[in-house]
Design a protein around this ligand. Structure first.
Ligand code: R5P
Length: 266
């Protein structure tokens, strides 16, 4: 692997082999997602606790402090919306503009088994070629079409295809038999959080994924839609980097939340 590419990847996946990525790219096909209506207000307080931030470029330029040290994993696929065919995606950002934004990686979705499977897989291949030209790693997001089952057989298929086409790391959902998905994927795999769960359940999900070999999480709604997002990202971080139990992480969450309430009252 080229030195520059390796260096960028090492800013995202920390020396312990783990990462807490904060996903805030939902608006690129969902519009003003709950919790991200005021993207700047949501992202600012969370940034110091994230190993990497995953936004689309419009949000970088309007809502992310340019003095941040947090590496960016830029969403560079889109062209679809929740009102249309989800798999109908193309590449939306030129690599030159990604470089201008000083990104540490680029991310795009692949839709295996969906109507535009071939297009999205060829997009990945093209992006990997460009990534190698400029030393930029590529994250493949195994997006799931509306009718696809999120089981180990299907997710392992998606992750392996992504890695075979050259993705440097892969993002996928947790499922029963997740260890099989991890074991058959030769590049680091981060878990997507999915829909908002009660905080303890989200921490258990994080713990399960890490125990079964994930390199970390790329989590959005379970952080920024939590009652206290800043406390939640710290609890997730404690599981990912310090291997604490979900119960301990939940206690940390509740403690940090109480402290904040106390400070507000004073
Ligand atoms: C979906 O395609 C987006 O890439 C989101 O970033 C991803 O779903 C992760 O966010 P969440 O944890 O909210 O599912």
């Amino acid at each position: 692997m080229d030195w520059g590419l390796k260096n960028r990847l090492s800013r995202i996946i920390r020396p312990d082999g783990r990462t807490v990525m904060l996903a805030v790219d939902h608006g690129y096909f969902l519009g003003p997602t709950t919790g991200l209506e005021d993207a700047k207000g949501t992202i600012g307080p969370l940034l110091p606790y994230a190993d990497a931030l995953m936004p689309a470029r419009g949000i970088v330029r309007t809502s992310v402090d340019a003095s941040t040290d947090t590496p960016l994993v830029l969403r560079v696929s889109g062209g679809n919306s929740i009102l249309g065919e989800l798999s109908d995606e193309g590449i939306t950002v030129a690599m030159e503009d990604a470089m201008r934004l000083n990104v540490s990686a680029v991310a795009l979705s692949i839709y295996v088994g969906a109507p535009n499977q071939k297009e999205t897989l060829l997009n990945l291949s093209r992006l990997v070629d460009e990534g190698h030209r400029y030393g930029i790693p590529v994250l493949a997001v195994t997006a799931v079409g509306k009718d696809m089952a999120r089981d180990a057989r299907y997710l392992a298929l998606c992750c392996r295809i992504a890695a075979e086409l050259g993705a440097h790391f892969v993002k996928t959902y947790y499922c029963e038999g997740f260890e099989k998905v991890v074991k058959t994927c030769p590049v680091p795999l981060v878990m997507a959080g999915g829909k908002k769960l009660p905080e303890l359940d989200a921490l258990e999900l994080t713990h399960n994924a890490i125990q079964r070999g994930a390199a970390g999480v790329d989590m959005g709604r379970n952080i920024f839609q939590a009652e206290d997002p800043v406390a939640m990202i710290q609890a997730v971080n404690a599981i990912v980097h310090k291997n604490v139990t979900p119960k301990k992480a939940y206690e940390l969450y509740k403690g940090l939340k109480r402290q904040k309430k106390g400070a507000k009252r004073r």
